[in-house]
Design a protein around this ligand. Structure first.
Ligand code: CP3
Length: 341
């Protein structure tokens, strides 16, 4: 299966870029809220393949995006390692104490994630059944650094200082954790590909809190290993990296990790991405989610600016971060009209 997104990641420049949105299945859609209610909780939604399939398909049916992304969460990986995980309504994720990971049972880890693998198979089958055979299917994982942030800080914070101090004070222990996550994530992504994902994305949402040398050690090095593992076992599968907040380190990430596409956050000037990043790989982004939520003339101006600036090279239209829950679906339609004419 090779859709429009896949072709762009393989090096093809297209007149109309492929488009999908981070968190495209989510609370801004009334049909999502209905299914989440039926499932009982967010985690039940993630771990029940039929519900995960339903919410993954919802934005595809409504908007015809070029790619479907597996409905799950990056935090199912710590959960599968035995760390307690709760999503309290409107409080974000809360994790329990870091479990003892010495003598980890790798087989059990993947058994704990079997509902995710089943969801991937089920989503691919349902896409084909509903006539979306040309729609690419993205699998994903959090990157080692970002997962370690949640595992050590235990919740979302603005700077993940506990994790940063832990890494600086216990470099060997932290390296052991990062190495373990790197191995597990590599296997997790290959398994998703074996179940039907034809593209994978690595979310490094908190890479932006690290100074350069630590960014190289905890972001670039592990990502490079994951990409090499995927390229070894699944050489045809493109990998998208999203090192949110990487700023001046975006180029080094693009040139040193081996990724096929790079997600740029809202602060990256599209002109910079066109000049500096697009020669190395496809560029994905980067409309501001608040501009999308606000709509109107500014949405039109910014959408056109991104299309004009990045449209001469390999470009995947997306947001610079996940869609906001208060976004009117009509604004998504407006953007799609501007992109597709
Ligand atoms: O993009 C998609 O449609 C696929 C599904 C997906 C979700 N989370 C569903 C979700 C993906 C790819 C993620 C990734 C994710 N999860 C990241 C990386 C991307 C990023 O946003 O930086 C991170 C850091 C998480 C951890 C996480 N999950 C947080 C911090 C939260 C709470 C914040 C919030 O928006 O409420 C979640 C919950 C979550 N994950 C929701 C969804 C749709 C909202 C849960 C709900 O329905 O109440």
């Amino acid at each position: 299966m090779t859709g429009k997104l896949y072709n762009t990641l393989k090096g093809k420049t297209q007149e109309i870029p492929p488009v999908w949105l981070m968190r495209q299945a989510g609370r801004y859609l009334p049909e999502y809220l209905k299914t989440r209610g039926d499932a009982g909780s967010f985690l039940d939604l993630c771990y029940t393949p039929s519900f995960a399939t339903e919410v993954t398909l919802q934005p595809i049916r409504r908007f015809g995006f070029d790619a479907a992304i597996l409905f799950s969460d990056i935090l199912v990986v710590p959960h599968a390692l035995g760390q307690d995980l709760q999503f309290a309504q409107n409080h974000g994720p809360q994790l329990g104490p870091l479990p003892d990971l010495t003598n980890l049972d790798f087989e059990q880890f993947h058994v704990n994630l079997s509902a995710v693998y089943d969801a991937v198979s089920s989503i691919r089958a349902q896409l084909d059944k509903e006539g979306f055979s040309n729609t690419d299917m993205i699998g994903f994982s959090g990157a080692p650094w970002t997962l370690a942030c949640y595992m050590i800080d235990g919740k979302g914070t603005k700077d993940f200082n506990e994790t940063r101090v832990f890494a600086l004070s216990n470099p060997q222990k932290f390296q052991t954790l990062i190495d373990l996550l790197t191995k597990l994530i590599s296997e997790y992504l290959v398994n998703q590909i074996n179940h039907g994902a034809n593209i994978v994305q690595i979310f490094d949402s908190w890479s932006g809190v690290l100074p350069p040398d630590q960014f190289r050690k905890w972001v670039i090095e592990p990502t490079k290993k994951i990409v090499a593992h995927i390229k070894h076992f699944k050489p045809e599968t493109p990998v998208i990296g999203f090192p949110k907040g990487a700023a001046f380190l975006y180029e080094e990430y693009a040139t040193h990790t081996g990724i096929d596409g790079i997600g740029i956050d809202t602060q990256v000037p599209p002109e910079y991405a066109a000049q500096t990043l697009q020669k190395h790989c496809a560029v994905q982004g980067n409309l501001d989610p608040m501009t999308l939520r606000a709509g109107g003339e500014e949405l039109e101006i910014q959408t056109k600016k991104i299309l004009e600036t990045l449209g001469k090279g390999r470009h995947i239209f997306n947001l610079g971060h996940g869609i906001d829950k208060d976004t009117p679906p009509a604004h998504v339609e407006q953007v799609l009209k501007l992109i597709r004419g």
